[in-house]
Unconditional design. Sequence first.
Lengths: 218, 366
Amino acid sequence: MMRKKQESRDPKTGQLPVAWHSDFRSLDLLPHMGIARIVFMLKVVVIVLPVLFGIGWGYLEIEAFVARSKNGALRAEIADRSERNEITLEQSASYDFAAEKVQVVQHFYEVPLVPLSFLVEFAQKRPPGLVLKNLSVADMGEEFAGEPVESSVIHLQGYISDTSVSALEMMDSLKEILTGFESLKGRVGEIDVVSVRRDVISKLFTYSMTIQVGEPQD
Amino acid sequence: MLDLLSAVVTIENPRTPLMQVIRKKRPEGRLFVYFSEYGVLVARWSSRGVPTSLDFARGFPMGEARVVRPFLEEVGLVRRGNLVLATCGFSSSDRFIVKAEFDNPSRFRDPQYVSDYLNKNYPLGNSEKQAAVITPDRGMPSSLGAAAGGREFLLCGCARKTALAAQERCLEYGVYPERLELTTISSLAAMIVHLRQAYITTPVLVLDVTAGHTFAVILDQCAIASSKIIHEGIDTWISRLQQRLQLDELAVAKRLLCSDNFDFKDIGPELLKSYLADVQSIINYYEVASGQAIGHIWITGIPCHLSWVASVLVSSFGLEDVTPRLVDWLESQGIVADPSVIAGFEGCLFRLFSLMGNYDEEEARV
């Protein structure tokens, strides 16, 4: 007569029946198969990887949602600001236009010397026989004789009624006199005699002289 | 003797295409391998647990690993690397089962202490022992806690080197043992099951015969009551047969002892004379000590064709043989087996089948 028998391996624990079944294995001497560990690792990989992937995907989705929300707000702000920006740009253009005019006026008043003071001092200190015919001032950056000047230049032109030797000496003495001009406030740089030549018709010497005027010294 | 185990009995060829398809689709079943002293026995269930049916049972002579290993790889269903998973059993001449009462049970958790204890207190030799401590009534492993003090336990095992050699043999045959049992223990449990089912209450003498020794156990009330080693086994009888017939070679005597054609009716009792005397003394001692008469005998462990030994013993002592019918025993364990599977070598297969038994709840169920 057949009797119903229990499962030979406990389905809950997976253990084989133990009564009268003593195990005489030496587990430390059995080859290590590592099957259980590999299976465990596979299970871990199968479970953990999708979980990590899901977490990463969720994080990216949240980041994208936040970015999209910020993007909408920023677009609205850009639209709002672009209108104001156009107004500001128009104002800036008109300011730039006005600034050029102001600069021109400012340059006009920022000449390196006061012409009247120079002329008065020149008239007082000029050597006798030397006549000033023309005075011109070229500011820094402007062109003088076809080239831009690096500093302000005063150009003197005039006549000398004397002999050629005396004209040259007069030019030298004029150089010395100009060096000490108070109206130039010690800013006199290099003084060049551009030309001294005789005018055949008037029998006078014409001269041309440039005075380099530097930056005011503190 | 070895040739006797080469008899092959199968009810289902595991190599049939249908079986291969089924096995590939759903690899179920359990493999059992028993390494006896004389050969290798293999059986397989059709499912992992009971109820189940026996796919096949097959025997191989010892020393044919090159033949057995491919067969095991073919029939094995669960693999561990290049090894097949199987419940394994082995038998050994140096096995022992002794009763002991522990005063300091926790010390018996140390295998070395157990080995030293056995060597000191029992005539088991001086080799290192590997033993399991189980309860004598249910065969359950003991936790050896403080409550175990003063109680009786069974120390079952063998020499450690024997157990290691059995394990090595499993690996040599391509088997990864999910458990490695001493079949002396499991077959006693299987016999206890049979005794309960057959309502046999009188003491039973069990003679577990190996090549070198015989292990005599008395089962009383379905528990191990006494055990003793008889230093005589099959090798002794072969040697005695050689002297008796004045044969030149031991191998000839060995072949003769296992021969089907030789009649041992007359010479048998003479060969077993001293053996019978030892067994008789064990019977007498137990009967005097317990006051109970031994009514049954069971001889196990001998090759199939040495059945004349059992006949001589049964007739000499006037005891009744209680060898179970394997088909019935298997059926009681929830295993269906075609009688043709086991016909012819029942005695050999009982030890193999004892590995299949579930004795955990045996006491409660019977």
